[in-house]
Design a protein around this ligand. Structure first.
Ligand SMILES: Nc1nc2c(ncn2[C@@H]2O[C@H](COP(=O)(O)OP(=O)(O)OP(=O)(O)O)[C@@H](O)[C@H]2O)c(=O)[nH]1
Ligand SMILES: [Mg+2]
Length: 336
């Protein structure tokens, strides 16, 4: 289940400021010396990694990154200002390539790593610097060096942060389709999903996370029943599980029975999987039968100390709460 996130961006560092040509003018000093200051440095463009970013989504919307030019030098030996660097924040694991040649410029694997992708030009020297015993009044200064510019291709192998589990047909793929741009197959028969789907979910200004669904689980999955448990390894590295339940059908024992069944299969497959934080959400609240039963179900989960969130993947009702809870849990697990 490899899913490569990509973004192409254009970066341009700032040019260095011009050096200044100027001469001291003072009363009673007829021939003041040169006092043109140097130009300031243009800003660099820096790529920095942070665990707070999960995907390259925001860079698909912001493609141009320009740093400011350095200030020009001025008279009285005043140096032009250095311009601030511009930082582009990317997820840990991002590979930076030259978009033209495909050459790998950096493979950023540590949190907080910084890499200068385009250097700002240094400022030109002012005429004060060129004064020599034989030329005490130089009438020239340097221009600033141009800032580097580049087209970059950023690539990131996406790993799911959130895994969706549940019985077949509960609406796992419908959830992904509603909250991301992914277009998984959705149908009213069990085992519609034969291979995991990945979606990128955007929230807040710049944040996003990756969510994956897997084929539905049934009793005996750990022994190979249904699609079996072989897809569970795809969600072993996620931080949070979203457990979707459906109470619209005939379900003796209600949602709690389904909830326990899935958790039993999880623990038989892998003890670490069952210990991951789970968000419990009951789908299809747009259906009258679900609405009829929902209060009782939420109450019975509450008795066991579990918050069950009602939502509809069809109408979108309650989806915001589910996303909010996921984000909260991701923060708690220090992923976001
Ligand atoms: N009324 C209603 N139907 C829904 C809702 N969410 C999903 N469904 C329907 O439920 C059926 C199953 O949805 P899927 O998203 O394919 O379910 P799944 O859990 O991915 O199923 P498998 O991949 O087979 O495990 C489809 O017919 C969906 O249209 C909902 O909120 N309301
Ligand atoms: Mg599905």
């Amino acid at each position: 289940m490899k899913f490569i996130d990509e973004a192409e961006i254009y970066v341009r560092a700032g040019d260095g400021g011009r050096g200044c040509i100027s001469f001291r003018r003072e009363k009673f000093v007829p021939r003041g010396g040169p006092n043109g200051g140097d130009g300031g440095k243009g800003g660099d463009i820096i790529i920095r990694t942070s665990h707070s970013r999960r995907t390259l989504l925001d860079l698909k919307y912001r493609k141009h990154h320009l740093a400011r030019h350095g200030g020009h030098g001025e008279g009285s030996n005043r140096t032009g200002r250095n311009s601030p660097d511009v930082e582009i924040v990317v997820p840990v694991g991002t590979v930076v390539k030259d978009a033209g040649t495909g050459e790998v410029l950096a493979d950023l694997i540590l949190d907080g790593e910084r890499f200068i992708v385009a250097k700002g030009g240094i400022g030109g020297r002012g005429n004060a610097r060129f004064a020599t015993p034989t030329n005490q009044a130089p009438r020239y200064a340097q221009g600033g060096i141009k800032g580097e510019e580049r087209r970059l291709k950023l690539e990131l192998k996406l790993l799911a942060d959130v895994g969706i589990i549940g019985l077949p047909n509960v609406g796992k793929s419908s959830f992904i389709a509603k909250v991301s741009a992914a277009k998984p197959k959705i149908s009213d028969y069990p085992f519609t999903t034969l291979a995991p789907n990945l979606g990128v979910v955007r929230y807040g200004e710049l944040e996003s996370f990756v969510i994956a669904d897997i084929p539905g689980l049934i009793e005996g999955a750990h022994e190979g029943m249904g699609m079996g448990a072989r897809f569970l390894r795809h969600i072993e590295r996620t931080s949070v599980l979203l457990h979707i339940l459906d109470i619209s059908g005939e379900a003796p024992g209600g949602a709690w029975r389904d909830f326990e069944l899935i958790n039993r299969e999880l623990s038989l497959f892998s003890p670490t999987l069952v210990e991951k934080p789970q968000i419990v959400a009951i789908n299809k609240i747009d259906l009258p039968l679900t609405m009829e039963r929902i209060k009782r179900e939420i109450a019975s989960f509450k008795e066991k100390g579990i918050k069950a969130l009602p939502f509809s993947a069809l109408t979108g009702e309650g989806i915001g709460n589910v996303i909010g809870e996921i984000v909260k849990k991701l923060h708690q697990t220090k992923i976001c």
